[in-house]
Design a protein around this ligand. Structure first.
Ligand SMILES: NC(=O)C1=CN([C@@H]2O[C@H](COP(=O)(O)OP(=O)(O)OC[C@H]3O[C@@H](n4cnc5c(N)ncnc54)[C@H](O)[C@@H]3O)[C@@H](O)[C@H]2O)[C@@H](O)CC1
Ligand SMILES: [K+]
Length: 244
């Protein structure tokens, strides 16, 4: 029986956000350092490899993006670290959901390391279109996008933005696309909420594990937009250790 008949059956749970499980415990806002301790404890005490955390983060963020913007083409900006790794992961899950996805990477795949390099290689093998900054007309890509996802910098970076990051952020802000930031809007200090001259102005920020304390500072919401917390799949016992 084709799937089209399934959805006609009463009570059929459509494959939507409601079907996604949410942790029973929401963590209060934390500093970037405290968040990185969660990742460390998850890896060292709970034997969770970093790539598993990244896969959970990326899949959860992709589901949320697909819910917020059910259609339109998606341009994912990927930095050189694990924030970029999340972007490569998201690309695969959105493609799987039938979305048209393009990646604009700040570095070539062989310049990446660790979990980000793994996710980038998987995206390459999956045939996802990856354009590298400087080797493509990024303004054309940015102006053609319906949705722009900011996977440039997360908890591992502090403004002011170096190199081409500021130019890409300003071009993204000038576009008419819906803007979604991963973890922290690039250009914002996650602990203080301070923003440099170039800060990604997000309509939504999908932040991992817990909100960042900087999001509560004055005028931070101008750059975070609506904040959604995305689970990275760490055990409830770990969340309990970190909930004040
Ligand atoms: N296992 C984990 O640690 C997980 C981390 N996650 C993601 O990983 C992110 C943290 O990743 P990283 O620690 O690799 O750091 P980021 O990816 O935030 O940034 C680090 C990279 O940015 C560059 N950089 C730093 N400051 C800069 C500046 N001012 N201008 C330009 N470039 C700058 C650094 O050279 C480095 O290449 C989180 O924000 C989250 O998105 C999630 O995947 C959840 C799991
Ligand atoms: K970001």
């Amino acid at each position: 029986m084709g799937s089209e008949h399934l959805s006609a059956r009463p009570g059929f749970v459509r494959n939507s956000m409601e079907a996604t499980m949410k942790p029973v415990l929401q963590l209060s806002p934390m500093t970037c350092q405290r968040i990185r301790e969660i990742d460390q404890v998850a890896m060292e005490q709970f034997q969770m490899p970093g790539i598993v955390l990244m896969e959970n983060a990326g899949r959860g963020a992709a589901e949320c993006i697909h819910q917020i913007t059910p259609d339109g083409n998606v341009l994912i900006l990927c930095g050189k670290g694990n924030n970029g790794g999340d972007g490569f992961t998201i690309a695969r899950h959105l493609q799987l959901a039938g979305r048209e996805v393009t990646i604009l990477a700040m570095a070539t795949t062989n310049e990446l390391q660790g979990d980000a390099a793994i996710q980038a290689k998987i995206a390459e093998a999956a045939g996802i279109q990856i354009q590298v900054i400087g080797e493509t007309d990024e303004t054309e890509l940015l102006s053609a996008a319906d949705v722009i996802v900011d996977g440039l910098l997360g908890t591992g970076a502090k403004p002011p933005l170096r190199g081409r990051y500021a130019k890409v952020v300003e071009a993204a802000n000038a576009s008419s696309a819906i803007r979604i930031a991963l973890d922290i809007p690039t250009g914002m200090n996650g602990d203080t909420g301070e923003t440099g001259e170039a800060t990604f102005r997000a309509d939504y920020t999908l932040t991992f594990a817990a909100p960042k304390v900087g999001f509560e500072k004055s005028n931070a919401t101008r750059f975070t937009g609506e904040v959604h917390v995305i689970s990275i799949g760490v055990p409830l016992k770990l969340l309990r250790q970190f909930s004040s």
